[in-house]
Write a protein that binds this ligand. Structure first.
Ligand code: GUN
Length: 169
Protein backbone atom coordinates (compact mmCIF):
# COMPACT_ATOMS: atom_id res chain seq x y z
CA UNK A 1 0.00 0.00 0.00
CA UNK A 2 1.30 3.48 -0.77
CA UNK A 3 2.40 5.41 2.28
CA UNK A 4 -0.33 8.07 2.03
CA UNK A 5 -3.04 5.40 1.93
CA UNK A 6 -1.37 3.56 4.81
CA UNK A 7 -1.42 6.69 6.94
CA UNK A 8 -5.06 7.37 5.99
CA UNK A 9 -5.91 3.82 7.10
CA UNK A 10 -3.89 3.73 10.34
CA UNK A 11 -4.92 7.21 11.47
CA UNK A 12 -8.54 6.57 10.34
CA UNK A 13 -8.65 9.77 8.30
CA UNK A 14 -11.79 10.78 6.44
CA UNK A 15 -12.42 13.08 3.48
CA UNK A 16 -12.54 16.75 4.37
CA UNK A 17 -15.00 19.01 2.46
CA UNK A 18 -12.12 21.37 1.56
CA UNK A 19 -10.12 18.46 0.03
CA UNK A 20 -7.63 16.07 1.63
CA UNK A 21 -8.22 13.81 4.63
CA UNK A 22 -8.54 14.56 8.32
CA UNK A 23 -9.51 13.36 11.75
CA UNK A 24 -10.17 15.38 14.84
CA UNK A 25 -7.73 14.17 17.51
CA UNK A 26 -8.64 16.51 20.36
CA UNK A 27 -11.66 18.49 21.46
CA UNK A 28 -11.53 20.03 24.92
CA UNK A 29 -14.21 18.81 27.29
CA UNK A 30 -15.09 22.37 28.24
CA UNK A 31 -16.82 25.12 26.25
CA UNK A 32 -16.30 28.87 26.34
CA UNK A 33 -19.67 30.61 26.46
CA UNK A 34 -20.52 32.85 23.50
CA UNK A 35 -20.89 35.89 25.80
CA UNK A 36 -17.24 35.54 26.83
CA UNK A 37 -16.01 35.47 23.19
CA UNK A 38 -15.70 38.30 20.66
CA UNK A 39 -18.84 38.99 18.63
CA UNK A 40 -17.62 37.10 15.57
CA UNK A 41 -18.25 33.86 17.53
CA UNK A 42 -22.00 33.39 17.40
CA UNK A 43 -22.20 30.45 19.80
CA UNK A 44 -20.35 28.56 22.54
CA UNK A 45 -17.05 27.01 21.40
CA UNK A 46 -14.75 24.35 22.81
CA UNK A 47 -11.57 25.77 24.37
CA UNK A 48 -9.49 24.17 21.64
CA UNK A 49 -9.45 21.43 18.98
CA UNK A 50 -6.79 19.64 16.93
CA UNK A 51 -6.80 17.57 13.74
CA UNK A 52 -4.52 15.49 11.57
CA UNK A 53 -4.69 16.68 7.96
CA UNK A 54 -3.26 14.83 4.96
CA UNK A 55 -3.03 16.05 1.38
CA UNK A 56 -1.95 13.86 -1.54
CA UNK A 57 0.06 15.40 -4.37
CA UNK A 58 -2.26 16.63 -7.10
CA UNK A 59 -5.03 17.32 -4.60
CA UNK A 60 -5.63 20.65 -2.94
CA UNK A 61 -7.39 22.20 -0.01
CA UNK A 62 -9.80 24.70 -1.57
CA UNK A 63 -9.90 28.35 -0.52
CA UNK A 64 -11.93 28.76 2.67
CA UNK A 65 -12.02 30.80 5.84
CA UNK A 66 -12.57 30.20 9.52
CA UNK A 67 -12.99 32.64 12.39
CA UNK A 68 -10.05 31.75 14.61
CA UNK A 69 -6.29 31.62 14.11
CA UNK A 70 -5.08 28.18 13.02
CA UNK A 71 -1.63 26.79 13.88
CA UNK A 72 -0.22 24.29 11.37
CA UNK A 73 2.40 21.69 12.37
CA UNK A 74 4.40 19.50 10.00
CA UNK A 75 4.56 15.78 10.79
CA UNK A 76 5.65 13.78 7.73
CA UNK A 77 6.10 13.71 3.96
CA UNK A 78 6.54 16.76 1.76
CA UNK A 79 5.99 20.29 2.99
CA UNK A 80 2.57 21.80 2.67
CA UNK A 81 2.23 25.16 0.91
CA UNK A 82 -0.56 27.14 2.53
CA UNK A 83 -1.73 29.84 0.11
CA UNK A 84 -3.08 32.82 2.03
CA UNK A 85 -4.85 36.01 0.96
CA UNK A 86 -4.65 38.30 3.98
CA UNK A 87 -6.98 41.01 5.30
CA UNK A 88 -5.40 43.57 2.94
CA UNK A 89 -5.81 41.35 -0.13
CA UNK A 90 -2.08 40.51 -0.16
CA UNK A 91 -1.09 36.96 -1.15
CA UNK A 92 1.59 34.95 0.67
CA UNK A 93 2.69 31.30 0.79
CA UNK A 94 3.34 29.73 4.19
CA UNK A 95 5.67 26.75 3.73
CA UNK A 96 5.08 24.32 6.58
CA UNK A 97 7.79 21.66 6.47
CA UNK A 98 11.19 20.61 7.73
CA UNK A 99 13.55 21.84 4.98
CA UNK A 100 14.71 24.88 6.94
CA UNK A 101 17.26 25.87 4.30
CA UNK A 102 14.40 26.23 1.79
CA UNK A 103 12.56 28.60 4.11
CA UNK A 104 10.15 26.00 5.42
CA UNK A 105 9.18 26.09 9.10
CA UNK A 106 7.76 23.25 11.20
CA UNK A 107 4.96 25.51 12.45
CA UNK A 108 3.02 28.34 10.87
CA UNK A 109 -0.07 30.40 11.60
CA UNK A 110 -3.04 31.41 9.45
CA UNK A 111 -4.90 34.30 11.07
CA UNK A 112 -8.67 34.24 11.57
CA UNK A 113 -10.59 35.62 8.59
CA UNK A 114 -7.75 35.12 6.12
CA UNK A 115 -8.66 33.22 2.95
CA UNK A 116 -6.55 30.09 2.64
CA UNK A 117 -6.05 26.81 0.81
CA UNK A 118 -3.15 24.36 0.50
CA UNK A 119 -1.08 22.24 -1.89
CA UNK A 120 1.73 19.68 -1.51
CA UNK A 121 5.22 21.12 -2.18
CA UNK A 122 7.34 19.61 -4.96
CA UNK A 123 9.45 16.88 -3.38
CA UNK A 124 10.78 13.87 -5.32
CA UNK A 125 10.76 11.74 -2.15
CA UNK A 126 7.14 12.21 -1.07
CA UNK A 127 3.73 12.30 -2.70
CA UNK A 128 1.78 13.52 0.32
CA UNK A 129 2.02 15.87 3.30
CA UNK A 130 0.82 15.05 6.82
CA UNK A 131 0.29 18.01 9.13
CA UNK A 132 -1.66 18.95 12.23
CA UNK A 133 -3.94 21.97 12.62
CA UNK A 134 -4.92 23.38 16.01
CA UNK A 135 -7.37 26.14 16.74
CA UNK A 136 -8.56 27.96 19.85
CA UNK A 137 -11.43 28.47 20.45
CA UNK A 138 -12.31 25.09 18.98
CA UNK A 139 -13.35 24.38 15.41
CA UNK A 140 -17.04 24.42 14.45
CA UNK A 141 -18.14 23.54 10.91
CA UNK A 142 -20.78 26.31 11.19
CA UNK A 143 -17.90 28.86 11.17
CA UNK A 144 -16.25 27.21 8.17
CA UNK A 145 -16.92 28.72 4.74
CA UNK A 146 -15.66 27.34 1.44
CA UNK A 147 -15.54 30.37 -0.84
CA UNK A 148 -16.80 30.23 -4.42
CA UNK A 149 -14.46 31.03 -7.30
CA UNK A 150 -16.71 33.84 -8.52
CA UNK A 151 -16.69 35.64 -5.17
CA UNK A 152 -12.90 35.36 -4.90
CA UNK A 153 -12.34 36.53 -8.48
CA UNK A 154 -14.53 39.58 -7.74
CA UNK A 155 -12.73 40.39 -4.50
CA UNK A 156 -9.15 39.62 -5.62
CA UNK A 157 -8.91 39.80 -9.44
CA UNK A 158 -5.13 40.24 -9.15
CA UNK A 159 -4.89 36.69 -7.71
CA UNK A 160 -6.88 35.02 -10.51
CA UNK A 161 -4.25 32.37 -11.20
CA UNK A 162 -4.09 30.90 -7.69
CA UNK A 163 -7.87 31.32 -7.25
CA UNK A 164 -8.39 29.27 -10.43
CA UNK A 165 -6.10 26.54 -9.06
CA UNK A 166 -7.58 26.35 -5.55
CA UNK A 167 -11.33 26.46 -6.20
CA UNK A 168 -13.66 23.83 -7.66
CA UNK A 169 -16.65 25.98 -8.56
N1 GUN B 1 -11.96 20.18 12.14
C1 GUN B 1 -12.55 19.91 10.97
N2 GUN B 1 -12.01 20.63 9.99
C2 GUN B 1 -11.06 21.36 10.55
C3 GUN B 1 -10.15 22.31 10.03
O1 GUN B 1 -10.12 22.60 8.84
N3 GUN B 1 -9.32 22.87 10.92
C4 GUN B 1 -9.35 22.55 12.23
N4 GUN B 1 -8.47 23.12 13.03
N5 GUN B 1 -10.18 21.69 12.74
C5 GUN B 1 -11.03 21.09 11.90
Amino acid sequence: MKSADKIIKFLKLEKHPEGGYFRETYRSAGDIEAEALPERYERDHAYSTAIYFLLKRGEFSAFHEIVQDEVWHHYAGAAVHVHIIDHNGKYRIMKTGMDLEKGETPQGVVYGGEVFGATVANDPDHDFALVGCTVAPGFDFRDFRLIAREELMDRFPEHAEIIGRLTRS
